[in-house]
Design a protein around this ligand. Structure first.
Ligand code: 5AD
Ligand code: SF4
Length: 472
């Protein structure tokens, strides 16, 4: 069990939830590479499987436990063939539940949190020692390694540089949250807000550019709350930089496309709005969750802004960058939400006109203030409201996509599509674009004349000398 030789071992990682988890999963793979692990997308051949979990809604959590049951079966099959599999659970469910995971799923070997995954090599070494001690390779119980601390050291000081080349790369710049929206588990699972120093981020960005990145997305649970330590010796003498200042510096490095997610309306400061006006590389798309259009519900959610303040921010953004496309998250059926409150949300949506939206039924999360409220909304009302809201936002998304038909869009080609010769990329407005192209253009920005709009994507053909006059 757990051979510590440099023989190649297969690692399967399943990622649930947000972009931060996608980023963390990639870093886990980077950490385990020197130990001889290579990624596979087939869990049946995995020597180690990591579930990188999400705790934001109940459904996501339930999925982890049903997936774990299936993994145990896969491991039994591998054991019957003389092989084995280490089962590890990371991410926010692991952070929230800790050893409880092992109580519910005793065959799990390792449980670790979002702030301790840099210690995975030690955990694996511990697991190996424990396995050798018991000398019972077919034991039913897992090895019981749990590390869900919030350590004093930052994991970022211990992560190796990634060597994977990506046209669209991610950098985690900020983590955690101090806002305590009453529905949300993030402040408990990801911990207090933390911003990485500017110098570290610029170094990582340069490295990614050298690997061929054209686009960098700055990630954080509360990314625009970013306030990282300024580089030493800055002439203006500031101690900290906000996100706006960081974006100017990234543009100076020559990053072609810059994005950031996820933002809070309260942290949209002047500097950041100015960056939307002055930095052409900052893409004209912003995910700015509002959650609800009712001031009463916004207050109960502890969002600390009103619908009117949100409109004012959107007005400022639009005057800075008139073509900016907007996206939001919505929660329906928050405790105490009346028909009128829900109507206010629909009215806000009609008013803003979103290019994309994500919407959810309120889900009670243990330990959060809203979970303890008594005026919970019935499931069927939540479902009804969600269907109405989704019909509206889907219409808006299709209308937005239709507006781009007949225009030329610069598209960063990110990956192959399903058909031969087909590629998928992104427009500046975050639309998925499907186009026929040649493989040598992967990772490049090409001009695409858009001729069709679909609910979740647009498609077109590469602009050439023959067809350039058809598109504006
Ligand atoms: N129930 C439903 N949706 C939630 N979100 C966060 N917590 C909950 C919850 N308890 C949604 C919010 C947030 C997004 C990431 O998930 O809309 O912006
Ligand atoms: Fe959760 Fe609110 Fe923090 Fe976003 S701002 S992570 S919704 S507590």
């Amino acid at each position: 069990m757990f051979p510590q030789t440099l023989l190649k071992k297969k690692l399967y990682i399943k990622t649930y939830g947000c972009q931060m988890n996608v980023y963390d999963s990639e870093r886990m793979a980077d950490i385990l590479t020197p130990l001889g692990y290579i990624l596979t997308d087939n869990p049946d051949e995995a020597d180690m499987t990591i579930l990188n979990t999400c705790h934001i809604r109940e459904k996501a959590e339930q999925k982890v436990f049903s997936d774990l049951g299936r993994l145990r079966d896969k491991r039994d099959v591998r054991r019957s063939q003389g092989a084995d599999m280490v089962i590890a659970v990371g991410g926010c469910v692991a952070q929230a539940e800790g050893a409880e995971i092992i109580r519910q799923a005793p065959y799990v070997d390792i449980v670790f949190g979002p702030q301790t995954y840099h210690r995975l090599p030690e955990m694996i070494a511990k697991a190996t020692r424990a396995a050798e001690k018991t000398k019972k390779p077919n034991q039913k119980r897992g090895l019981g390694i749990v590390d869900v601390e919030f350590p004093l050291e930052s994991k970022f000081d211990h992560l190796p540089q990634t060597e994977e080349s990506r046209a669209s790369a991610f950098i985690s710049v900020q983590e955690g949250c101090d806002k305590f929206c009453t529905f949300c588990v993030v402040p408990y699972t990801r911990g207090a807000e933390y911003s990485r120093p500017v110098t570290e981020i610029l170094k990582e960005a340069k490295h990614m550019l050298s690997l061929g990145a054209k686009e960098i997305t700055l990630l954080g649970q509360n990314v625009n709350a970013y306030h990282g330590q300024a580089p030493q010796g800055t002439t203006s003498g500031e101690q900290e930089w906000g996100l706006g200042r960081l974006i100017y510096a990234l543009a100076d490095l020559g990053v072609e496309r810059i994005r950031y997610t996820t933002s809070h309306p309260r942290d949209m400061d002047k500097n950041l709005i100015d960056a939307h006006r002055e930095v052409p590389a900052l893409m004209p798309f912003l995910h700015l969750p509002v959650q609800s259009g009712s001031n009463k519900i916004l207050e109960a959610m502890n969002r600390k802004h009103t619908a009117q303040q949100y409109f004012a921010i959107i007005d400022q953004l639009k005057s800075a960058r008139p073509d900016i496309a907007l996206s939001s998250d919505f929660i329906v059926g928050f405790p105490g939400e009346t028909d009128q409150d829900f109507e206010d949300t629909l009215s806000l949506i009609r008013n803003i006109n979103y290019a994309q939206s994500y919407s959810f039924k309120y889900s009670i999360r243990p330990g959060t203030p809203a979970g303890a409220l008594e005026n919970q909304i019935e499931e069927n009302i939540k479902a009804e409201r969600l269907a109405i809201l989704q019909e509206l936002v889907n219409k808006q998304q299709l209308a937005f996509n239709l507006q781009t038909v007949g225009t030329t869009q610069p598209v960063l080609l990110e990956r192959k599509g399903r058909l031969n010769g087909q590629f998928i990329g992104r427009s500046p407005y975050m639309q998925s674009v499907v186009v026929m192209a040649s493989e040598r253009l992967l990772g490049q920005v090409i001009d695409v004349c858009i001729d069709q709009a679909h609910p979740n994507s647009i498609s077109g053909s590469m602009v050439t000398h023959e067809n350039e006059s058809f598109c504006i």
